[in-house]
Design a protein around this ligand. Structure first.
Ligand code: ACO
Length: 333
């Protein structure tokens, strides 16, 4: 079995910058409150005239393909992670196949929210390991801003999220000491209701009602913030530790940690727990907020562009989020 490696990375963020002060005009909040609790200074919001979750993913994918030196026709399979698809169904993977003009290859959609990108990466990695596919396109893309409650009732959630997309191209590694060394995936569904969007729901009496769309209604994200925080700061170090132990490494061996950009306080907590120096931990939540499935590939793409990831570096990706789900991937670059 051949390891897969990340042959190319790319990202796309919408142009519109929304600062904390902009949000303070819509709801009772402040730049100070948001920065202190989350580290976020600004985020990007999509342009409804031109951006969709799928086409932002396509833009990120084109950059990843260029970075890999490949054409869309070289891709054998698409895995798309999002919680904010263009349609209730089908998922956006098929739109990527169409927009990139690729022949009738398979396209799979992953519904694992903040852990979605690592779950999607794991699917792509294993298809390459088994020899079923050669080049797999893995995308994480989100439009949160059209689904947030900008009334005071929604403020503790709405200030956190932003829009954006990231993508990687996976290809077989020439050498099994390099590439994706392992992925580790977990879930604990008893906490599904601690961080979720209930409607439109297939299991309620009615899929969508006017009541659900009012401020505080069921179409908006619900988050038990303190609860999420406590579980996140436990699960991140645990799943990173699992990846390191599985491959015979210790935290000191990590050159670059790219955590899902959930909240800067969560990242700092993980960094302190693992005794990692700040320069080894990638954080861009200050600029983009939490972009859920897109946060890791955006951070990965920027880190690579900025020369923060070098050949042979040990790179760890880790995520925690709604489900609860959590995951890690260890990569020898
Ligand atoms: N602006 C101003 N005040 C606010 C805001 C806001 N945006 N949101 C809530 N408040 C108020 C509350 O109403 C409350 O007021 P009260 O004391 O009068 O009742 C006060 O601020 C404190 O509220 P808490 O919810 O206790 O605030 P806390 O300090 O816990 O911070 C936060 C909330 C930031 C969500 C925190 O719980 C946290 O960091 N949780 C982690 C969850 C997280 O980051 N999730 C990211 C998305 S999920 C993921 O990616 C894994």
């Amino acid at each position: 079995m051949k390891n897969s490696r990340i042959a190319g990375v790319g990202h796309y963020v919408p142009e519109k910058v929304v600062t904390n002060d902009d949000l303070a005009k819509l709801m009772d909040t402040s730049d100070e409150w948001i920065r202190e609790r989350t580290g976020i200074r600004e985020r990007r919001y999509y342009n409804p005239e031109k951006d969709t979750t799928a086409n932002m993913g396509v833009k990120a994918a084109r950059m990843a393909l260029d970075d890999a030196g490949l054409q869309p026709s070289d891709i054998d399979f698409i895995v798309f992670a999002t919680l904010s698809p263009d349609y209730f169904f089908p998922g956006p993977g098929v739109t990527v196949q169409e927009e990139l003009g690729i022949d009738t290859i398979g396209a799979l959609d992953v519904r694992n929210q903040c852990s979605g990108f690592i779950y999607a990466l794991s699917v792509g990695d294993n298809f390459i390991k088994t020899g079923m596919y050669n080049n797999v396109l893995v995308i994480g893309s989100e439009i949160h801003s059209s689904g947030l409650d900008f009334s005071n009732e929604g403020r503790s959630v709405s200030v956190i999220f932003g829009d954006g997309a990231g993508a990687v191209v996976l290809s077989p590694s020439e050498n099994n000491e390099k590439g994706i060394l392992s992925t580790h995936l977990h879930s604990e569904g008893k906490f599904a209701k601690e961080l979720c969007v209930v409607a439109p729901s297939s299991s309620g009496h009615e899929r969508l009602t006017e009541e659900m769309m009012k401020p505080g209604g069921l179409i908006y994200p619900i988050m038990n913030g303190n609860y999420v925080f406590k579980h996140a700061v436990q699960r991140f170090p645990e799943v990173i530790g699992e990846a390191l132990k599985h491959n015979g490494y210790s935290p000191q061996d990590v050159d670059v940690l790219i955590p899902h950009q959930a909240n800067l306080r969560i990242t700092k907590f993980v960094q302190d727990t693992m005794k990692l120096p700040e320069e080894k931990v990638i954080s861009n939540i200050q600029k983009y907020g939490n972009t859920t499935a897109a946060s890791i590939p955006i951070a990965l793409s920027e880190a690579k562009q900025e020369g923060k990831i070098k050949e042979n570096d040990l790179v760890c990706l880790a995520a925690f989020g709604s489900g609860f789900t959590w995951a890690s991937a260890l990569i020898r670059w």
